[in-house]
Design a binder for this molecule. Sequence first.
Ligand code: SAH
Length: 207
Amino acid sequence: MVDSQIRARGVSDSRVLAAMEKIPRHIFVDAGLTEQAYNDSPLPIDERQTISQPYIVALMTEALRLKGKEKVLEIGTGSGYQTAILAELAASVFSIERIASLAGKARRTLDYLNYYNVAIRVGDGTYGWREESPFDAIIVAAGAPDIPRILVEQLDVGGRLVLPVGNRSTQELIRITRLSDDVNDVKKEQLGGCRFVNLIGEYGWES
Ligand code: SAH
């Protein structure tokens, strides 16, 4: 998976590649999907949600530019697969999932794999996690109609926010880098097209 789908398509951060080689993706999907777990595609998890495509997970993670000491916020825990990768690459991960059953299952999987630097909370992640801010990096694993300003506010100066922005069916991956104390002083980069499930919440889509 890592050689043919991720390295071959241009992801080169050696820490990201090593984390993806280490973490068993099949543990995050139902037993019936084990044989498809290393294919280049998203797969269904419970509650009509999906575990993201491995290449997109790698691309988004590389875009966060993690070195190891960061505090990271993730919105959309889902299966917890992306969460485990972040837990390998940063100091601590705070992850928010709106569907309680998914959050519970992800917690159990991450405990089983011994990821103890992860806090998971059930709720609307479009508000961020103010008490734990500022974050060095924020990643949103569901498609948003716009860039939630409240998330940019929770970025440290120099921090990166990576999220898909677009309509309900297709989005563009965007990286926002906060440049100063002024929340409007940001650099915005486009990283390519993608398709994510909808970000549902106050600063996302209506359910
Ligand atoms: N990275 C995850 C992706 C899961 S799909 C994985 O690979 O498994 C996106 C997830 O975002 C879904 O589980 C969905 O329930 C969740 N989600 C959507 N809107 C949300 C919101 N406002 N706050 C928190 N989670 C949200």
